[in-house]
Design a protein around this ligand. Structure first.
Ligand code: ADP
Length: 264
């Protein structure tokens, strides 16, 4: 793959010595015995710093479980997760919570902004929770970059859905995290607004060196990524670099038609 080159200086500053995130033989099983559901059956995946990856697959294929394990929200039953070269899956709950606040950014389908805080306070919240200095100049800069430079004093309820998701993008980037996880970030948006939001994620990767991992079922959304990886029945079932929406849609149809339990 021809990797895009990104400036590795401001605001990330860290060398590109490691993958941003790496999963090795990650397994997650719900329940036991005959009732056990193998949500992840041994995932090996390495994502470069400064890359944009779409995670796709039919309903029940393990996308949410993948995201939860990769983001340190859930613990795998087997295997390891490395964030910036550090193994995180066996950290204490306390350390994991701290790490999530400062080194991982989250973007959700439903925006999840706090309605009682201003837009700028929402953007600064991860730094506040992490006990870091609240960098107001950086918050203003990020809000300007997502086209909301004039809206810092507003409340989320005064903004459109697309604007709220742009605030969420600024919030996800405020701590310059190792990885930004986006869970169906355009699921609640109309097509045009969705494209604007996806364009901003693309820009965060291209101009700031951010690393974005996005779970989506939308082939057009996936086409903004550098790489689409497909899950089926808890296992990796192929990938596409520079994914084209038609090729992604075709792959999804094939996966949806597979008999459950078929080998990856
Ligand atoms: P996706 O996000 O692709 O829809 P999930 O990761 O949510 O897939 O689910 C993968 C499999 O694990 C499914 O069979 C689902 O029913 C099962 N699963 C997910 N969460 C739980 C849970 N908390 N308890 C039991 N089974 C679960």
């Amino acid at each position: 793959m021809a990797r895009r080159q990104h400036p590795r200086t401001e605001p990330y500053g860290r060398p590109a010595a490691h993958a941003a995130i790496e999963l090795r033989a990650v397994r997650r099983t719900y329940g036991r015995g005959g009732e056990a559901v193998h949500a992840l059956r041994g995932i090996d995946l390495s994502l470069d710093r400064g890359s944009f990856t779409a995670v796709m697959g039919p309903s029940g294929s393990g996308k949410s479980t993948f995201l939860q394990c990769a983001a340190g929200l859930d613990r795998p039953d087997g295997g390891e997760v490395y964030l910036g070269g550090e193994e995180i899956s066996r950290l204490s709950e306390n350390r994991l919570t701290k790490l999530r606040r400062s080194r991982i950014g989250f973007i959700f389908q439903s925006f999840n902004l706090l309605p009682s805080l201003t837009v700028q306070q929402n953007v600064l919240l991860p730094q506040r929770l992490a006990g870091e200095r609240q960098d107001r100049a950086r918050a203003r800069e990020l809000l300007a970059q997502v086209g909301l430079g004039e809206h810092g004093g507003r409340r989320p309820g005064q903004l459109s859905g697309g604007q709220q998701q742009r605030v969420a993008i600024a919030r996800a980037l405020i701590t310059a995290p190792d990885v930004v996880f986006a869970d169906e970030p355009t699921g609640a948006l109309d097509t045009r607004t969705a494209h604007e939001v996806l364009g901003l994620l693309r820009r965060a990767v291209d101009t700031m060196g951010a690393t974005v991992v996005m779970v989506t079922h939308d082939p057009v959304a996936a086409s903004f990524a550098d790489r689409a990886v497909f899950l089926a029945d808890g296992a990796l079932a192929g990938e596409l670099y520079h994914p084209d929406p038609n090729a992604v849609a075709e792959r999804m149809v094939t996966l949806a038609a597979r008999p459950v339990g078929a080998a990856a």
